[in-house]
Write a protein that binds this ligand. Structure first.
Ligand code: NDP
Length: 460
């Protein structure tokens, strides 16, 4: 036994913590991971995975509606929310068990209780009161929903945590927020037949994404019957006989059976004892780290959503892996947080890699823009009123692709592949030289010939 009980003590068994624990143990480190809730973290238990399952469920509504166009007669389709939630729970339990098995296989000790930091090399286990020591401590506690500035009646709202386990589907819902979670859940609820309203504080949802995607997403949601109320926030919420009524900053009210807040997430550092070890925290309580995920204390590290980098599962996994390589594998490496592809699993799906137009135009002297908007082939027979939108942003001088954006079926799958090309520094000429795979929507990215000209320039 060395100087410490463990070489590495990980707090939090989510995507980043589990990857770091497994890889470090693979290098021969003695590792323990503490988890107070369920093994798997936000992504597996109440994030990406269950969300995508609900998205799939919601899209069946379209499949049934489109089927007659292809010769199918479908009887009256009915949907049962408790059956979906039970199936989802079964899958989550299977994944949790797989995480547990994989950790066990690499010899990582799983400690199922809350752990807090007692000092640079000491961790206290809440249930047993035991204090254990470790050469290195990794904070991988993730984040949790934030409820914005306190307002009267905030105790009535649900967050994504509860949305995954509602005993029954409400007849109506108002979702507050205009980011990933709000837009995804609004899409899920609406397609499952819930009368859905989005309330957003700004003038257009999905701030940060390319303006064309934001406009088209707004248009698509509005056309589907999702009501989008902009430039408003809730000032207070009251209970009513049928649910709740929210009073708006701009006057007026919104009533619904449920109100869900998705206005951002905060790092899980409260009460973690980081101050006991002198760990510096950032503006919203996140652990401040350097490019090797090291905090202000030499023996304490942090990865994933508890740091203020990109709050995305694959990023947390990479950070956890790089930490293990660096600290236990003698292979120091850091993660480049650039060209991270991202998708919003709305319907239509939205995905991007690289810069949106407003940033790309600041980066280069001359920006060439290519856009395509077309009716997808499937819609020709289904009769569905929908369009796919694709956009390429090209540095007019170097010919390098700076941004690749899409709204439509399979956007996430397509943009993942485009991300490889952008990473390799692909030029527009490389895209043009690539032979199309026909008939697909993705082929549009390699057949865009005409530069887009802004209407005012075109007129001039
Ligand atoms: P986001 O940061 O995406 O969105 C938060 C939304 O809440 C924004 O529209 C924001 O407005 C609004 N907001 C912020 N503060 C207030 C306030 N005080 N009052 C009213 N509205 C407010 O956070 P999410 O919670 O949706 O998701 C958290 C993170 O999780 C994401 O950033 C993403 O990294 C990750 N995630 C990724 C997913 C994916 O990859 N598909 C899916 C879900 C989550 P404004 O834009 O004006 O600031």
């Amino acid at each position: 036994m060395g100087k410490f009980d463990y070489d590495l003590f990980v707090i939090g068994a989510g995507s980043g913590g589990v990857r770091a624990a497994r890889i470090s143990a693979g290098y021969g480190a003695k590792v323990a991971v503490a988890e107070e809730y369920r093994i798997g973290g936000t992504c597996v238990i109440r994030g990406c995975v269950p969300k995508k399952l609900l998205v799939y469920a919601s899209r069946f509504a379209d499949e049934f509606a489109d089927a007659p166009g292809f010769g199918w007669s479908v009887g009256e389709a009915t949907f049962d929310w408790p059956s979906l939630i039970a199936a989802k729970d079964k899958e989550i339990a299977r994944l949790e068990a797989a995480y547990r098995t994989n950790l066990g296989r690499t010899g990582v000790e799983i400690i199922e209780e809350r752990a807090t930091v007692e000092g640079p090399n000491a961790v206290k286990l809440a249930k047993s009161g035991r204090v254990v020591t470790a050469g290195k401590i990794l904070i991988a506690t993730g984040g949790k929903p934030w409820l914005a500035e306190p307002i009267p009646g905030i105790e009535h709202v649900i967050t994504s945590n509860e949305a995954f386990d509602l005993p029954e589907l409400p007849k109506s819902i108002v979702v507050a927020g205009g980011g990933y979670i709000a837009v995804e859940f609004a899409g899920i609820f609406s397609r499952l037949g819930v009368e859905t309203t989005l309330i957003y504080r700004g003038d257009k949802i999905l701030r940060g994404f390319d303006e064309d995607l934001r406009d088209r997403m707004t248009e698509a949601y509005t056309k589907q019957g999702i009501r989008i109320v902009t430039n408003n926030i809730f000032k207070s919420i009251d209970r009513t006989d049928a649910g709740f009524v929210g009073h708006l900053s701009g006057g007026g009210t919104l009533e619904a059976e449920k109100i869900m807040f998705a206005v951002g997430r905060v790092p899980n550092t409260a009460g973690l004892g980081l101050e006991n070890a002198g760990v510096e925290l950032g503006w919203n309580g996140h652990v401040a780290v350097n490019e090797y995920s090291k905090s202000s204390v030499d023996s304490i590290f942090a990865v994933g959503d508890v740091t203020d980098r990109a709050a995305l599962t694959p990023v947390a996994i990479r950070e956890g892996h790089a930490f293990a390589d660096t600290e236990f594998g003698d292979k120091p490496r850091m993660i480049e947080h650039t060209l991270i592809p991202t998708a919003v699993f709305s319907t239509p799906e939205l995905a991007s890699v690289g810069l949106p137009e407003h940033l790309a135009s600041e980066r280069c002297e001359k920006l060439d823009i290519y856009k395509a908007s077309f009716r997808p082939m499937k819609a020709t027979l289904s009769g569905r009123d929908e369009r796919v939108f694709m956009k390429l942003l090209v540095d007019g001088e170097s010919d390098k692709i700076l941004g690749c954006h899409m709204l439509g079926d399979g956007a996430g799958e397509i943009i993942q592949m485009a991300a490889i090309a952008l990473r390799l520094g692909a030029t527009k000429a490389d895209f043009d030289a690539t032979i199309a795979l026909h008939p697909t929507a993705a082929e549009e990215f390699v057949t865009m010939r005409e530069k887009w000209i802004a209407p005012t320039e075109a007129a001039g």
